[in-house]
Design a protein. Structure first.
Length: 408
């Protein structure tokens, strides 16, 4: 019978896989329609707002866009919404599986804020909902008629949230939550604004009424926001794999600069798709921002998340891992086979920081990372990579015995 830890790891993998697949579908369709809309030939007679001929897969496609709606309702309409909904739902499930269920390791940082696991999870969930409400009210205010000013204020909100998350959560959780915060806004735009407005237009058309163009204008504003927020969200979702992004005191500022990079990159492609020029300056701006991020990642670098040796900060469950039978043997194995890389100051040639931000030097370190040690080096040969430190089968068996003793 499989261990619970193994089953949970595969559950996480399955949910993550689903999340990536649905995200590809959503981002792909979003980028396609933005490029299509910007590239339409609008110098044509007739009721259509623009048209384009495209070739793909050996076939030709003739696409026409109507600014509000055609004179008669088509018999069949394809709605692009489930890609967005499925991405958010799978992302929320992944947040629960990794950061809520693993809150003691991945979410709450006792050195930043004295929070219980429940309080950390509550802040995690509430912040996503509150963020949408604040953003939605800004869009519905008079600022909605001033898109540029609204975008500047939205950027300010994101910077404030980046800083705020970093005050209470671990570095990786802070950036991940900023991505979830932004993705929630994007999906809520689709669910609460874009799709309902499109349904109003369809209902008016079916009833023989002339649709009000304001609904299309409102939806277009939210769609534009989604377009510029997509690339930063991808960066933030990947950031938890790279300690140079999250394991620094400047991680909140790095995230803010990533949002600016998202603007410069999308501006270039949007301009090109609209055949409105070739703003090559955006590449220089993006490169400068990226170099600044790289510099910030090591400027006054502090220890990585969970680097404290204070045993008093361990939860009761974590402390029990030290008292479990076999800990001393497992501890010596990890020190001898893993800690030369997974150290606050790695001594392995070419390793400048602990891989994935995981530090394995002290008893507290080993206790915090017990499950990952078991999965990565106990029942699998993932670590050490290529077994470069020659971990013997007896060593892996000892790690397994220690971990399994935690339940007994």
């Amino acid at each position: 019978m499989y261990d619970f830890a193994v089953l949970w790891a595969w559950l996480e993998f399955a949910v993550r896989w689903t999340h990536v697949i649905t995200a590809i579908a959503w981002i792909g369709s979003s980028f396609y329609f933005i490029a299509l809309d910007l590239g339409l030939n609008r110098n044509i007679p007739g009721p259509a707002d623009g048209e384009e001929w495209q070739v793909h897969g050996g076939g030709f496609y003739h696409i026409q866009k109507y600014l509000v709606a055609p004179d008669q309702m088509p018999e069949h309409l394809t709605w692009f919404k489930w890609e967005s909904y499925a991405t958010w739902l799978s992302g929320a499930a992944l947040l629960m599986v990794v950061y809520w269920a693993g809150a003691e390791l991945y979410l709450v940082d006792p050195s930043k804020a004295d929070l219980s696991l429940f309080q950390g999870i509550a802040i995690s969930a509430a912040s996503l909902a509150v963020g949408w409400v604040v953003y939605d009210q800004l869009c519905k205010s008079r600022l909605g008629d001033h898109p540029t000013l609204l975008m500047v204020l939205l950027f300010g909100v994101l910077v404030a949230m980046s800083w705020g998350y970093n005050q209470v959560f671990t570095g990786r959780a802070a950036l991940l939550h900023l991505g979830a915060f932004t993705a929630t806004i994007m999906t809520a735009n689709v669910f609460f604004i874009i799709i309902p407005n499109q349904r109003i237009v369809v209902a008016d058309l079916v009833a023989g009424r002339k649709p009000d163009p304001k609904y299309g204008k409102i939806a277009k504003l939210r769609s534009t926001h989604n377009n510029y927020l997509t690339l930063p969200v991808i960066f933030l979702m990947l950031s938890n794999h790279y300690p140079l992004a999250f394991g620094t005191q400047h991680s909140w500022l790095i995230a803010a600069l990533v949002f600016l990079m998202g603007v410069t990159i999308r501006h270039y492609f949007n301009t090109r798709h609209a055949r409105a020029g070739n703003p090559t300056w955006t590449w220089l701006a993006t490169a400068v921002l990226f170099l600044l991020i790289a510099w910030l990642s090591t400027a006054n670098m502090r220890s990585t998340d969970g680097d404290t040796d204070d045993l008093a900060l361990l939860t009761p469950a974590q402390a029990a891992r030290i008292d479990a039978h076999g800990f001393d043997e497992a501890y010596e194995i990890v020190l001898g086979r893993c800690s030369m890389c997974h150290a606050r100051e790695p001594v392995w040639d070419g390793i400048l920081w602990p891989p994935k931000g995981v530090v394995l030097e002290t008893e507290a370190d080993i206790a915090r990372n017990a499950t990952q040690i078991y999965l990565q080096a106990g029942i699998s040969h993932a670590m050490p990579p290529a077994n470069i430190t020659y971990m013997e089968p007896e060593d892996r068996a000892a790690i397994q015995r220690w971990f399994r003793n935690l339940d007994g």
